[in-house]
Write a protein that binds this ligand. Sequence first.
Ligand code: FAD
Ligand code: E0Q
Length: 456
Amino acid sequence: MNAPTHPKHITLIGAGLAGALLATLLARRGWQVDVYEKRGDPRLQGYQGGRSINLALAERGRHALRLAGADEAVMAQAVMMRGRMVHFLDGRTDLQRYGRDDSEVIWSVHRGELNLILLQIAEDAGARLHFHRGLSEVDFDQRIARFVDDRDGGTHEIVFDSLVGADGAGSALRGAMKQATDLGERTEFLGHSYKELEIPPSPDGGFSIEPNALHIWPRGRYMCIALPNDERTFTVTLFLPNEGDPSFQTVRDGADARALFERDFADALPLIPNLEHDFEHNPAGLLATLYLDRWHLDDRAVLLGDAAHAMVPFHGQGMNCAFEDCIALAEHLLAGNDRADAFAAFQQQRLPSTRAIQAMALENYLEMRDRVDNDDYLLQRALEHELAQRHPERFMPRYAMVTFHRMPYEVAFERGQRQRELLVELTAGHERLDTLDWDHVDALVRERLSPLPTDE
Ligand code: FAD
Ligand code: E0Q
């Protein structure tokens, strides 16, 4: 057993996205950081069987990467996504831009590459990384954590001051904390799951569809998306309900999957040569929102990232939000307050923000599914566009507040709600924008929306 020896010592559980970033932020400021990760070192053995899985990185995440000195290395392999390329059932496509121009875009990054970069930066900053150490049990009275090595089943114990749970949605630390205190945990399952498939490069070695977009095939209760990888592939994610038709109950094997694609994703089918193999060999993942009322156990343990607030992926903000958590927790710890106070302040700051992004992620799912040619909705969107141009200091689409800015998520959520009420109210009884009374419109915007906050 090795006991911590330093007042600024901390033990992190999980060397995934949040764990590696937090380790860097603290180690760079002189803290002693030990990180325990269940899996092996991906720098030695390659990442998870080589499957390419990618994520959308937005401004909140990039800001955190800049603070950790990782932005440049990450951006070297990122692929720009200017907007959503919608693939309709009849094969037509439509690029819906995310922002005003190429300064307002998001980036597709390879999860494995990103993790490698963050691990290397953490180690370079002085963090000690321990692989093949899966947390199994915690004795909070003695402050002893027990780990299992998946290679030989051996157990290893350490003494800790405080544990930080960055061990993801299935957090073992959360499980241990629950035995010591009531976290007020609640999980809401979406009733849908997902499966990843791959689009390889075209025969000439290039991208087989538009590289600079997030492709989406919305089909009502289900859909596919595809994000580009820098090695000219795309990772396709099929989202299906768990029950009903079609669902993961009716689409069971490769042949069923092919039939589904022939009917509903016909333009994607020829791009996925290993559809049957991918469908049958890749695991299906569950989608849920995890709510806790408490994230910490006095000064002994705290949770962040997915371990504290897993969300559905439909806003592409889970990692971005987890990175914001890391900045916030590092700031509270570095302020030098009592550790229990730092954990409490962290929770107080971030819990409302994460509730807001969890709600917006669920709403984005509904909006994406229903992005049909609804006239009322389209008129509201047209007015939204107009108001953002007439009042850039007050009116900003919610997607932009979440994706291109860093105001607290709850501010984006609340302002978004007020904006939506305004759009509904102003377009009521109108079929076109040119019948609106613009003096009244402008007055109402000034009355209802305060000037936007700036990202310091
Ligand atoms: P993780 O990245 O899950 O890391 C947890 C780490 O802890 C892992 O390394 C794991 O091996 C380790 N671990 C687990 N158990 C133990 C244990 N007992 N002991 C030690 N270590 C352990 N977010 C975005 O921002 N943009 C996107 O486009 C996006 N797309 C997504 C698409 C899908 C289908 C899904 C499911 C999620 C998506 N997300 C996206 C969310 C994002 O993946 C998560 O929010 C993010 O990975 C959370 O980071 P984390 O560090 O908290 O957890
Ligand atoms: C983004 C970027 C998994 C996933 C990730 C995403 C997004 C979506 C749909 C999905 C939301 C959007 N979106 O396009 O509105 O912006 O990250 Cl399904």
